[in-house]
Ligand binder design. Sequence first.
Ligand code: HGY
Ligand code: MN
Ligand code: MN
Length: 417
Amino acid sequence: MVNERSLSQRLAADVMQRCDVLGRCSDEPGRLTRTFCSVAMRDAHRLVTGWMEAAGMSVRIDAAGNLIGNYLPPESNPQRRVLIGSHLDTVADAGRYDGILGVVMGIAVVEALRESNQSLPWAIEVIGFSEEEGVRFRTPFIGSRALAGTLDAGMLTLCDDTGVSISQALDHFGCDPHAMDACSATPGSIVAYLEPHIEQGPLLESLDEPLGVVTAIAGQTRLTVEWAGEGGHAGTAPMNLRNDPLPIAGRWAVAVEEAARSTPGLVATVGRLSVDPNVPNCIPRCVTASLDVRHQEDAVRIAAVDKLLTLADELARGANLAMRIERQHEHSAVAMDPRLVEGLAKSVASCTGDPQRMVSGAGHDAGVVATVAPTAMLFLRSPGGVSHHPAEAVQESDVALGLQVLVHFIHALASEA
Ligand code: HGY
Ligand code: MN
Ligand code: MN
């Protein structure tokens, strides 16, 4: 019997080294930004494909740009699979582990299973989703929505800042945007989707716990509000004749923060503010603010968004400004599969101690895949609670424990099959 502890420690060292190597595949010099179907994403695919093939997997890229490695254990039914993975894209100026860790840990799990060469009732697939963060096209979860069959065709005409559409980006990447239907999983074919992911928050570290089991993912609303005025000359337009949208956007941003601070469990963020024409001696003509609102209970989130949009409208009217809202993404809170949650908790308990069950404030591909397959997430402690930042980290010893838990869980799942 392979010594699982030393195997997982050896594999964890590979995982850390591979995350470092992938961290150098970037669209931008000097910082990590890797977006949908970019040149850097192709470089990442090349590396991950090599690791998958070396682990005995056959590799393909589906029409949505998802990278998929398939391992057929002895006596396995190739029509059914356990899927392990996460996303390969990043936010701008990102850390090296958000998403990527789950894909690289999936490969390590296959390496561990292959080393023991035990038979399993189903295939194991590792997936690197093509777009989770929504940076390039301002719409998230393209890869997992394609797998779930919930990607509407109209989205493919969305364009990035250079005017390239999703469809064109896929085509340039070598994918066929007209074959999107083939990406969706055959109902019942996914036995379980497991997403290992850094927690991206402070909870596990505050409890001195290495791992957490996610019970649900908070719902989220993402939109932009645009206020438009006449603009004008900063030096000649009298103050009483201006309708400057920037102070209005500022007052609204303060109200967003106050609303979140005064509502338990609500988080709300104005992450991007764009000003047109954005030059010092011009009164702004148009200001666009992004809004990201999340809460475990959908009713609380929806009520907060409604209140903030009503305020945005009142401020616009009071300042004689035009206002436009663009909704970009909305998903309800999603529960993980209770049977998988309990099974994963048992595996955590058997490898490390009492499992910490928790809700994820961050969105994940798991929230999308959960609509079509039993889904569970394993969280790894985030030192400093930092994420979406170059200082994002994970401990190698926690990765080793995570690998042990995932291998233990897969054998337990197989024994119930
Ligand atoms: O924004 C999120 O919650 C995730 O990191 N995409
Ligand atoms: Mn993220
Ligand atoms: Mn992520």
